[in-house]
Ligand binder design. Structure first.
Ligand SMILES: [Zn+2]
Length: 79
C-alpha cells in the first residue's frame, strides 16, 4: 500500500472554463469476468464491468434489447 490515494489530475474544458478533474482509483468487481479491477475514474457511479469486458457487454445488452423488442412485437401481432 504505497500510493493509496494517488490521483491523476486531468484538465477538461467545460463551457469555456478549464477545470481540473481528479480521477480516482475505483476498485470494483467486474460482473462479467468476476475479476477485481482498479480503474481511474472520475467521481460518479461505480462501474460494473472492466474495460476489456465492456464492449462485449454492450453488444450483448443491445442484442438482448432487440430480441425482447422483437418478441414483444411478435406477440402483439398475434394478439
Ligand atoms: Zn471483466
Amino acid at each position: 500500500m504505497e500510493h493509496e490515494d494517488e490521483t491523476h489530475p486531468t484538465t477538461a474544458t467545460v463551457r469555456g472554463h478549464t477545470r481540473t478533474i481528479r480521477e480516482r482509483p475505483i476498485r470494483f468487481v467486474c460482473q462479467e469476468c468476476g475479476s477485481e479491477v482498479t480503474e481511474y475514474r472520475r467521481p460518479g457511479p461505480t462501474p460494473h464491468y472492466c474495460n476489456p469486458c465492456w464492449p462485449s457487454v454492450q453488444a450483448t445488452k443491445s442484442a438482448e434489447r432487440v430480441r425482447r423488442y422483437r418478441e414483444r412485437h411478435r406477440s402483439n401481432n398475434q394478439a
